[in-house]
Write a protein that binds this ligand. Structure first.
Ligand SMILES: [Zn+2]
Length: 371
């Protein structure tokens, strides 16, 4: 849900403060207007104020005066919309990106996302300057860029520390979900509907690094023997066809381990988002000992869906089923799988099953629900 909050910006001095809900202390704002130092260009102006995404943990204020009880999103990110008199771009700005841009005569509209907000207070400044290639040529030396065409917007954002609503050892189960009693079954349908029991652990785990000589992100990375053998074969073939290696970023994860993994995500992003990107303990395919996450040097050894578009990612999507592996959470299927797309996450289900899943065109969870 998005409610509209319009704040009035005065001339080129704009200040916007988002403060803690219930707090009377308002810190001073700031937009730094450097235009007096350099008058060659028309200064950048923010027209008609801002519009900000909201939630229930902050109030919006301008120049120390609380404008409204409407509330601003205090998840790990928020978006701000604004309009400028000239085309601008971000520079020297961390953890912010322009999500959308449109032009209408002499108005330039932007949606900027500010991300990675930690719990508590965050002071964030975004720096805007006239888009380099739009109105004139920038000098080679960045410092010669006319400073009149720079503007800074600062926000003070309070992100409420979320009450977890549970303690780590007592993470609630998904309502109405059942249990899987045979975790050794390669086709065990672990999903938000069915979990493993807290004491399930595979008995035939092998060390991918020590035993299988694979490249792993951390020492002691385990997978069930059959899955590990298939993985070795798959990576051998990948190397042969593409010349590339993959790093195994995660393998088997115990129920206890998943408790802290999931809790960590809740602390960082809140429960709703955590449930989209991470499994609650018992509900993770990693507890089966047959799921792996891959890192690639081509995508900076990070969990990114760009992986799908890389040479290795494309190869895996086309060929992994031949080795018994299926990408569990494909793009555009969150409503079915319950999880955001994870280009890097593959699960071994056995050669025959993988082939059938591939032929069916279904997601893994759909296929396993139907057998
Ligand atoms: Zn994974």
């Amino acid at each position: 849900m998005r409610k509209k909050v319009i704040l009035i910006a005065t001339a080129s001095f704009v200040s916007l403060i988002l403060v803690a809900y219930g707090s009377d202390v308002l810190k001073d704002q700031s937009v730094v207007d450097l235009s007096k130092n350099f008058q060659k260009e028309t200064p950048i102006e923010i027209k008609n104020g801002f519009e900000i995404s909201e939630d229930d943990s902050s109030k919006i204020a301008l120049n120390g005066k609380v404008l409204s009880n409407q509330i601003v999103t205090a998840q790990s990110e928020f978006t701000a919309r604004f309009t400028t008199n000239k085309e601008v771009e971000l520079f020297d700005t961390n953890d912010a990106e322009i999500l959308q841009f449109s032009k209408n005569e002499n108005e330039y509209r932007y949606i900027v996302k500010i991300s990675n907000l930690g719990p508590g207070e965050n002071l964030r400044t975004i720096k805007l300057r006239t888009k380099i290639n739009s109105t004139y040529n920038i000098q080679k030396n960045k410092e010669e860029f006319p400073i009149s065409n720079r503007i800074e917007l600062s926000w003070e954002i309070y992100r409420e520390k979320e009450d977890l609503g549970f303690s780590q050892g007592y993470i609630p189960r998904f309502e109405g979900s059942g249990y899987i009693f045979d975790g050794d079954d390669l086709a065990a349908n672990v999903s938000k509907r069915n979990s493993l029991t807290s004491d399930y652990a595979p008995k035939d785990l092998v060390d991918l690094n020590l035993d299988k000589k694979l490249i792993t992100n951390t020492p002691k990375m385990f997978l069930r023997a059959e899955a590990a053998d298939a993985l070795v074969e798959m990576l051998k073939q990948l190397k042969k066809e593409t010349g590339k290696d993959l790093v195994i970023a995660s393998g088997y994860r115990s129920f206890r381990n998943q408790e802290s993994t999931y809790t960590g995500w809740v602390k960082q992003f809140g429960k709703i988002e955590a449930d989209r990107i991470s499994a609650r303990p018992g509900y993770s395919e990693h507890q089966l000992g047959t799921a792996v996450d891959f890192f690639s040097s081509d995508t900076g050894f990070q969990f990114t869906n760009e992986f799908d578009k890389s040479v290795v990612g494309k190869w895996l999507k086309e060929n992994s089923y031949k080795f018994g592996f299926i990408q569990s959470y494909p793009e555009g299927k969150e409503n079915i799988t319950g999880y955001k797309h994870e280009a890097w996450h593959y699960r071994f289900v056995g050669y025959d099953t993988a082939k059938k899943v591939r032929e069916s065109g279904l997601t893994l969870v759909e296929f396993l629900s139907n057998i």
